[in-house]
Design a protein around this ligand. Structure first.
Ligand SMILES: [Zn+2]
Ligand SMILES: [Zn+2]
Length: 487
């Protein structure tokens, strides 16, 4: 009888940073290769203090060191001269499967040996392209050159694919989450079957995807289910429709400027903001980074995709980056030529929007606009206070993101709140999570009926264990510790 070995290197007893090794005697793959943000923030401060090397990240226990299970895991790209893929060492890891494009699931892929195949869905691939252009290469963690379909080891999968890697077969199944293109994986070793939910919810506008996943996962009869357990300490029953209704009430009452903050890749939320703005008779003005990321997904037939031709882009007082200049080129007429395909795309994407609006225009008629900004970005608030002054009478700020769950987010959040206060904006928190609440998790597990279930992506594994025990056999995993199926 074959055994299947499982080692989570991070992403257990912490939110995100998922890196789970699944091995048979023949084949080793990783499920996600994310950045464990809480470990990372102990030493670094984006963008001022960034990792110098892979060995530094290993020394700080942010990523695992190479051992017999992880031979040749990392790239030597930054250490050797005249680098080419042939300079990469031999590795025992065949592939990594990325569930979705949140940093805590894909953020450490740049560190991998380029001989390791990277599998990702189409939406993840397109968002990677935006990330590649927008993030500066300020650290070993930002080198995403190989995440390109031109690179032979980068593979894009679709729903319906069954991917053979050695003696493993991996089936990606789309699920509902707060970013489009999120997948769960069914892994068949021939002897054992594992389900990994990735980040999942059942209460979003695409809940039918999760329903379909539950059906497929149940037919799969898994030995082990690795289950998203993020929300066992703070649960609510808010749905996207609840968010829409509450935001609309606020937008209708609001007499001044309406500022919203949301994740730029949460298309459902972007769509909700566009809908309520429309119903309240306000024009949506989006910050450039959000606009550029969303525009990349144009033409993919994504559910809830907003109508870009009705959205304006907020033009900052100065355009610093090349991609920004290219994005706005059709409006500014600046002489600047694209150097590569990524930049050429940026030039076209800017034209999809209704036009650009400067902060002065918003300052003149604040009640006519709904500003969509990125969480913790203070630039828009700073420009707003510079132009409008400190008396934006009747204005509102809607934070439509999760509450900060760690100290550093708390500090940034405090800073945002100070700006909001200085502007005299009333503050509302209106949100619905990207992760399933406990009863939905219990329902999923009851229907899938795995032999064993293990919580991942959670600070509250023992609560999960006690709560879920009546529905299934729960086994807690430990970081860096081997767990065997079939022994
Ligand atoms: Zn996550
Ligand atoms: Zn996520």
């Amino acid at each position: 009888m074959k055994t299947t070995k499982l080692i989570p290197y991070s992403g257990v007893d912490e939110i995100g940073g998922v890196k789970i090794l699944v091995s048979t005697d023949e084949t080793s793959i990783f499920l996600d290769f994310g950045k464990p943000m809480s470990r990372w923030k102990k030493y670094y401060d984006f963008p001022y203090l960034m990792p110098k090397s892979i060995s530094q990240l290993i020394a700080f226990n942010i990523i695992p060191g190479e051992d017999d299970n992880l031979r040749g895991l990392y790239t030597v790209k930054h250490d050797v001269e005249d680098y080419g893929i042939e300079k990469e060492p031999e590795t025992c890891i065949e592939a990594v499967f990325i569930s979705h494009m949140h940093l805590d699931h894909f953020g450490h892929v740049p560190l991998l040996n380029r001989k390791i195949k990277v599998y990702a869905g189409r939406v993840t691939y397109l968002l990677c392209q935006a990330y590649k252009l927008h993030s500066q290469k300020i650290s070993v963690e930002n080198d995403l050159d190989h995440l390109d379909t031109k690179h032979e080891n980068f593979k894009v999968f679709r729903y319906g694919d069954k991917i053979k890697v050695g003696d493993l077969e991996v089936t990606p199944i789309p699920v509902d989450h707060s970013i489009p293109g999120a997948y769960a994986f069914l892994i068949d070793t021939g002897e054992h079957r594992i389900v990994y939910t990735g980040d999942i919810r059942w209460h979003g506008p695409a809940n039918f995807l999760t329903t379909n996943f539950v059906k497929k996962a149940s037919e799969f009869e898994p030995d082990l289910m690795l289950c998203d357990a993020t929300r066992f300490d703070k649960a609510d029953l808010n749905t996207e429709e609840d968010v829409r209704r509450r935001m609309l009430t606020v937008a209708r009452e609001c007499r001044g400027v309406l500022v919203t903050s949301l994740s730029p890749v949460d298309i459902d939320r972007v769509n909700t903001v566009c809908k309520i703005a429309d119903e309240a008779g306000r024009t949506v003005v989006m910050d450039m980074s959000m606009a550029s990321k969303i525009a990349r997904l144009h033409g993919l037939g994504i559910r809830n995709y907003p109508n870009l031709s009705r959205i304006f882009v907020l033009k900052p007082s100065k355009l610093y980056r090349r991609w920004q200049k290219l994005f706005m080129k059709h409006l500014t007429g600046e002489e600047i030529t694209a150097r590569n395909g990524l930049e050429e795309a940026e030039e076209k994407l800017g034209k999809l929007f209704a036009g650009a609006i400067e902060i002065d225009e918003i300052a003149e008629k604040p009640h006519e606009f709904a500003l969509a900004t990125t969480p913790y970005s203070l630039k828009e608030l700073s420009e707003l206070s510079h132009r409008i002054g400190y008396s934006t009478s009747g204005g509102v700020y809607i934070a439509s993101i999760s509450e900060p769950f760690e100290e550093e987010m708390e500090i940034k959040f405090e800073r945002v709140k100070n700006w909001i206060e200085s502007l005299g904006l009333a503050y509302y928190h209106i949100h619905s999570s990207g992760h399933a609440h406990p009863f939905d998790i219990a329902k999923m597990i009851s229907e899938i009926k795995p032999k064993t279930v293990s919580p991942v992506h959670s600070m509250h594994s023992t609560v999960f264990q006690k709560f879920i025990n009546r529905y299934a056999n729960v086994k807690l995993l430990k970081c860096g510790v081997e767990h065997c199926i079939g022994k």
